[in-house]
Design a protein around this ligand. Structure first.
Ligand code: C5P
Length: 236
């Protein structure tokens, strides 16, 4: 399958049409951004790592009965996936408090939450991806009805219930992560986008070290080495 015209360019991915209207190709780039794109860097090889990590995790979820857009890995930087209508919500799942949760609500960093917290952000760069409640999402027509929001929450928890123990088993705490969903041609709500250290936080269970994009956000360095370590553990 060959890519044809560029459909969409995100911060770390380019999405192309293909000769089949049902399929798209995502190109994972080496671009790293943080703070609404204000901090930028090119990390050679990062795109290929995220493509491999995402492909593996999508396959894992597919095998556990969670529908995703993943079709197949094409090469180092390219993934073939279904063409879905994107739902403009970022679904954030949190197991441990850190990042914007500690900043906004004053919860102590590292607090283990009593249950997985699911939040919605409006996927809108110009507005800085603000937090939303159900009523905002309905007023903005981001979903068709309240039931769709419940489906998103249920799917997000289901994914967390699969990934959290999977990562614990390879010495990583799944602290929090961002999911995106879309509707396939049959109208099913399925997982899209990517699952990688760009949109998940992983803390090493022994050292507490961050093995994700926080290394870039906080300027710690060693981004690529951390992403390579995540892939190595995933592949066993
Ligand atoms: O910044 P915050 O603490 O809200 O991030 C929560 C989780 O969602 C983190 O894993 C972060 O990487 C991810 N996230 C993301 N894209 C965004 C906002 C958050 O991948 N636009």
């Amino acid at each position: 399958m060959e890519k044809t015209t560029l459909l969409y360019e995100g911060k770390a991915k380019k999405v192309y049409r293909t000769t089949d209207d049902n399929l798209l190709i995502s190109q994972f780039t080496d671009s790293l951004t943080a703070f609404d794109g204000k901090k930028k860097h090119n990390e050679l090889g990062k795109g290929a790592l995220n493509n491999k990590i995402s492909s593996h995790l999508f396959e894992l979820l597919n095998n556990k009965g969670v529908q995703t857009h993943f079709v197949q890995n094409i090469d180092d930087n390219h993934m073939l996936h279904k063409n879905c209508e994107v739902i403009l919500l970022e679904v954030i799942v949190r197991n441990i408090a850190t990042g914007s949760l500690t900043k906004n609500l004053g919860i102590k960093d590292g607090t283990v939450l009593p249950f997985a917290l699911v939040e919605f952000d409006y996927k809108n760069d110009e507005l800085g991806d603000p937090k939303l409640n159900d009523q905002h999402a309905l007023i903005l027509n981001l979903v068709e009805n309240k039931n769709e929001l419940d489906i998103l929450r249920t799917k997000a928890r289901q994914i967390n219930d699969i990934l959290k123990p999977f990562f614990l088993n390879i010495g990583l705490k799944l602290v929090d992560f961002k999911l995106e969903f879309g509707k396939d041609k049959q109208g099913n709500i399925i997982l899209i986008d990517e699952l990688s250290p760009d949109n998940c936080r992983f803390w090493d269970t022994n050292t507490g070290e961050s093995l994700d994009k926080d290394r870039f956000r906080q300027g710690i360095g060693g981004v690529k080495v951390a992403y390579e370590e995540v892939l190595k553990r995933i592949l066993g």
